[in-house]
Design a protein around this ligand. Structure first.
Ligand code: ADP
Ligand code: MG
Length: 704
């Protein structure tokens, strides 16, 4: 009895670990195994005789083991010599730098082994390092299909994966059955699903060069079918999400126009045509019962804030509350001040909420919000943490939405925000292909026109070696009345180190400009250059005071960590210096550069870089130097980084594409989009089946 129990537990234990390992690959169901497709193939269908083995080729060959021994020079390794009695004199060395005792045991002299690997030129003739091998005899059959190599994880052998996948495909025909209506498949000349997966898991050998190439490049019709299916599932789930939204009811915010008219009268500018158009789109959405989910996209400086304020006023005119959230304290505070200035005397109470507010002030603000006396709440995401309910919420505005994480967005959903209208704003443009895929559930408005009177920023790339020169030039510019942001290097590993660097830079510049004054003592032009410091560890009050001093012009230079990256607006600042620009991402560089060029003075962005540059860093600096167009920069960014990273936080909320490539498969994306509409209209049951196969239990995520 005990042995049986032991056997049972050990069996279930190994089964467990296999399941665990598969789960690490995202495989939890049989369906997932079918969709776990090979990275590439090896041809094990042919055996080359030892005499025909050529250096530089990938081959399968056979030979008899002559000797197997562990050698220690230059380092510990297992060396096995093969010879083939039928091809006289021909030999092959197998070399293993990492090996188990079992390797040595299997490679017993006298045994015949079949080996596979890349042949290189060794000290004693041809050799294979870390060859795949197995002991064979005359009767051991050769496979008649190409051997798939799958993405795998530590401790999960290819052999095991192949077996479980084979078994699942063979065991149950429904796993490879067609999920789509025949007409839809035929109309697009697609392969049948079953044919495609069977082909991809076990392609026949000796394909023609062209077909082999298509298989490797994933342009083969079998791949096309799988990519199409994947894109279709994505489109379907996005549409399902949208339908769910359409069935919910948000407050209808008709507005009266009384407040929006007043705001437009008092701002010292006229809306650009783009702002007018976008404002109309939003205003229209707010009057509907379907909760708005609109992304307002506009390059840095395009004037998104005023549009948001107008939307807010329409909600307030309709007797509802508005929440306005920004990702950083500085930005939230700036919005608060701007809104105060714009709306303060229109009889609208604005509550200010941030994570670091003293408890008492915070409670007061929360009460004003909860009782509804404050129609407007502005703050960081602390706004929606524990205990801040807005009973009459009509509209939530989320600035710089790409900076909010998934967790925060989920929290927003849980706070009952799902039934309010949502306006998200972002300066990071979404390339067209991404808009068609990952963002297809959102409506998008684009501000494609800059307010008049802006002067383009000129960008200079300067090596650290010329730092002194730059400091002198900045000193001169400051005495001419210009103001400067000086951004500290980004140190991702350590906030503490970043802080130290900021303090050191502040000291360096203070000293440099102080000496400057001493030198120029006699000159009339001598004017003190005040250098301020702004970093993430400062108390909000201190931050605000420093920002205010910079806005007033009491500070000429503002040394800052990347806390100023998003949204800060000081029109008189016309020079931006970025230290170690090579460490920043493209989007960040673009955002930082966007802090200048907001006034009438010609602006300059100096990118200080340290050599040597990595290839990617060089690529990034080249892009930022050559273009100021946010869309082009985003497109390049997508090319350099790929969609996974580009999407950042949003990525973890939406299933990423495994097979389709959003740049290369644009045509397929369009087809999938049309097919999704067709399917939902004509065969909703098939749409469901298809979603089930591709997303299974993961559909919930999509709602983030
Ligand atoms: P962003 O889109 O980057 O958030 P902001 O809303 O901060 O841009 O606007 C940038 C600056 O442009 C602000 O100082 C704002 O007052 C000003 N602005 C906005 N719209 C116009 C306009 N139509 N004409 C002139 N200036 C404008
Ligand atoms: Mg902004």
């Amino acid at each position: 009895m005990p042995t049986e129990v032991a056997a049972k537990t050990s069996r279930s234990k190994t089964a467990d670990t296999l399941a665990d390992k598969l789960a690490r690959l995202g495989i939890t169901r049989d369906e997932d195994l079918v969709l776990h497709l090979p990275l590439r193939y090896e041809d094990h269908t042919r055996v080359v005789t030892l005499a025909d083995v050529r250096v530089g080729e990938t081959v399968q060959t056979e030979g008899d083991v002559v000797s197997t021994e562990i050698q220690y020079r230059p380092r510990r390794q297992l060396v096995c010599l093969l010879r083939d009695p039928r091809s006289e004199g021909a030999s092959l060395v197998l070399r293993f730098f990492s090996f188990y005792p079992s390797h040595q045991k299997s490679l017993q002299p006298g045994l015949r082994v079949r080996v596979f690997g890349d042949v290189r030129d060794g000290y004693f003739g041809p050799e294979i390092v870390h060859a795949q091998f197995k002991v064979v005899n005359e009767a051991t059959p050769l496979p008649d299909r190409l051997t798939p190599v799958y993405p795998t994880t530590a401790g999960l052998a290819q052999e095991t994966l192949r077996k479980v996948i084979d078994r699942v495909i063979a065991a149950d025909a429904s796993r490879t059955s067609e999920s789509l209506p025949e007409a839809l498949v035929r109309k697009r000349s697609l392969w049948k699903f079953g044919d495609a997966v069977r082909f991809l898991h076990a392609p026949p050998p000796r394909l023609t060069g062209l077909v082999q190439k298509a298989l490797d490049a994933r342009t083969h019709p079998a791949w096309t079918r799988l990519k199409f299916d994947e894109l279709l599932a994505q489109q379907l789930s996005l549409k399902a999400h949208r339908q769910a939204r359409a069935s919910r009811r948000a407050p209808v915010l008709t507005g009266t126009g009384a407040l929006t008219r007043k705001l437009l009268e008092r701002v010292p500018f006229k809306l650009t045509r783009a702002q007018q158009r976008v404002w109309r789109e939003i205003s229209h959405d707010l009057r509907r019962t379907m909760p708005m989910q609109r992304l307002l996209q506009g390059d840095v400086g395009s004037g998104k804030t005023i549009v948001a304020a107008l939307a807010a006023l329409q909600a307030i005119e309709s007797g509802r509350q508005v929440a306005f959230m920004a990702p950083t304290e500085i930005l939230a505070e700036q919005h608060y001040r701007k809104l105060q200035a714009w709306l303060g005397d229109l009889g609208i109470e604005i509550a200010w909420l941030s994570g670091s507010l003293p408890a008492k002030a915070r409670r007061k603000a929360q009460e004003a919000i909860a009782s509804g006396t404050a129609a407007f709440a502005v703050g960081t995401h602390a706004l929606f943490q524990e205990g801040v309910g807005m009973p009459h919420l009509g509209l939530a505005i989320i600035d710089e939405q790409h900076r909010f994480g998934v967790a925060q967005r989920l929290a927003l959903r849980d706070k009952g925000l799902a039934d309010a209208h949502q306006l998200m704003m972002s300066a990071t443009p979404i390339p067209r292909t991404l808009a068609m895929t990952f963002y297809a559930d959102l409506d998008v408005s684009v501000l494609d026109e800059m307010p008049p009177g802006r002067t383009p920023v000129s960008t200079r790339l300067v090596s650290q070696k010329r730092r002194t020169e730059i400091i002198q030039w900045i000193g001169k510019a400051c005495r001419e009345g210009r103001q400067v942001y000086w951004v500290c290097p980004l140190i991702e590993e350590s906030e503490k180190l970043e802080l130290q660097t900021a303090v050191a830079l502040h000291a360096e510049l203070t000293r440099a400009f102080g000496d400057d004054v001493a030198d120029a003592e006699s000159s009339v032009a001598a004017q003190r250059i005040a250098v301020g410091l702004l970093h993430g560890r400062m108390k909000p009050d201190a931050k605000a005071a420093t920002m205010a001093a910079f806005v007033r012009g009491d500070l000429q230079v503002l040394v800052a960590t990347t806390v100023i990256e998003v949204g800060v607006d000081v029109p008189n600042a016309s020079i931006m210096v970025i230290e170690h620009a090579e460490r920043f991402g493209l989007a960040q560089l673009h955002q930082l550069r966007g802090r200048v060029g907001r006034g009438a003075t010609e602006s300059t962005c100096v990118l200080l870089f340290e050599e040597p540059l990595t290839d990617t860093a060089r690529q990034r600096l080249k892009v930022i130097y050559e273009t100021t167009d946010g869309f082009e920069i985003a497109r390049q960014d997508l090319l350099i980084r790929g969609p996974g990273e580009f999407l950042g936080a949003r990525q973890s909320g939406v299933p990423l594409l495994r097979f389709a490539d959003i740049e290369r498969d644009v045509a397929l994306i369009e087809q999938a989009r049309d097919a999704a509409d067709e399917l939902l209209r004509t065969e909703p049951a098939a749409a469901e089946r298809h979603l089930e196969r591709w997303l299974g239990g993961k559909q919930e995520f999509i709602k983030a």
